[in-house]
Write a protein that binds this ligand. Structure first.
Ligand code: IPE
Ligand code: IPE
Ligand code: MG
Ligand code: MG
Length: 318
């Protein structure tokens, strides 16, 4: 798994308190900030293929819930980070997520026709262009967070660390590796340990990195960084189980139901391997762990706590 470094950090009191916390307003405000920043990064490419540009845009706008970049902002704000400094990292995380979905939907992987209620990118632009749009988003994500002007606000060491963390999460030990395990597990009998490993890599690694990047850019270290990273890891696993429960239930909330793979491959999901009751129990356990990880921060972690409860609310309480 991913490990947190131990360094000292100071803490500010900028995060919201539980009693005053309005999750809908918070998610709306953060999504707007993220959308504006994404537009400024991906708004126009004067040279190059306009079809590629359109395909790449299609994967990002209007987009989905923006959970990962919201986690980056929320984790950063917990340690006093300013949105302006955090946003390039939040955008990079979302662009990697968007690329991963475009590729995930391709016939060679999940072979899906619909994403967020719309035809998948390869159905609109063709497989070749969808493949390239994904490649483009992945690469642009790293361009954005390696821009020389970021050195005016952040140290080279912090930027290098962010590049390393994000590439680790996106790469062979993270998302790509998890997708490979997911592919290999298709139509096979796998145990729950294998499902947990697939989740930790294909979904958890980027969720964890989203949290970690925000926290570290804002100066978190030591036990506080470890705690918030523990939240990120548990949140990632909880998120994938919630998503799979929703898919198995046939598409309430943000689950995709009818959008699930049309070629009816048997996927290694928690409900498929352990059943619905055990999936809900595991989801509860993971969400409790999220709360425990945030306990040292008290009311300052209200945003992160509410985001995790929101994930649970999609399944555990419905
Ligand atoms: C979908 O993630 C893929 C999973 C890891 C389950 P999201 O549910 O965050 O996707 P969007 O961006 O909100 O559509
Ligand atoms: C998507 O997982 C995870 C990544 C793209 C890395 P799934 O295949 O389970 O998610 P959906 O159901 O297509 O959104
Ligand atoms: Mg998949
Ligand atoms: Mg899929």
């Amino acid at each position: 798994m991913l490990h947190c470094q131990r360094t000292f950090s100071a803490v500010s009191m900028k995060a919201p308190t539980v009693s005053s916390f309005d999750l809908d307003a918070y998610l709306g405000k953060q999504s707007r900030l993220i959308d504006e920043a994404l537009k400024s990064h991906l708004g126009q490419f004067p040279a190059g293929s306009q079809t590629l540009f359109a395909a790449l845009h299609y994967g990002v706008f209007p987009g989905g819930k923006r959970i990962r970049p919201i986690l980056t902002l929320a984790a950063g704000e917990l340690f006093g980070g300013e949105p302006k400094i955090l946003l390039p990292f939040a955008c990079a995380v979302e662009m990697i997520h968007a690329y991963s979905l475009i590729h995930d939907d391709l016939p060679a992987l999940d072979n899906d026709d619909l994403r967020r209620g719309q035809p998948t990118a390869h159905r609109v632009f063709g497989e070749g262009m969808a493949l390239l749009a994904g490649d483009g988003l992945l690469t642009e994500a790293f361009r954005i967070i390696s821009a020389p002007e970021l050195l005016e606000q952040l140290s080279a060491a912090k930027l290098l660390n962010a590049l390393h963390q994000l590439s680790y999460a996106a790469g062979v030990c993270g998302l790509v590796g998890g997708q490979a395990f997911d592919l290999e597990a298709e139509n096979r009998t796998v145990d729950i340990a294998a499902v947990e490993l697939i989740h930790a890599r294909k979904t958890g690694a980027l969720m964890h990195a989203a949290v970690r990047l925000g926290a570290e850019i804002a100066g978190a270290g030591g036990e506080e960084l470890e705690s918030v990273c523990r939240y990120g890891e548990n949140f990632g696993s909880a998120f994938q189980i919630a998503d799979d429960i929703l898919d198995a239930q046939g598409g309430t909330g943000v689950g995709k139901g009818a959008e699930s793979g049309r070629n009816e491959k048997r996927k290694a999901t928690y409900p498929a391997v352990a059943g619905m009751g055990e999936s809900r129990a595991r989801l509860r356990e993971l969400l409790n762990r999220c709360d425990e990880a945030l306990a040292p921060f008290g009311a300052r972690a209200a945003g992160l706590k509410a985001i995790a409860a929101h994930v649970a609310g999609r399944t555990v309480y419905t």
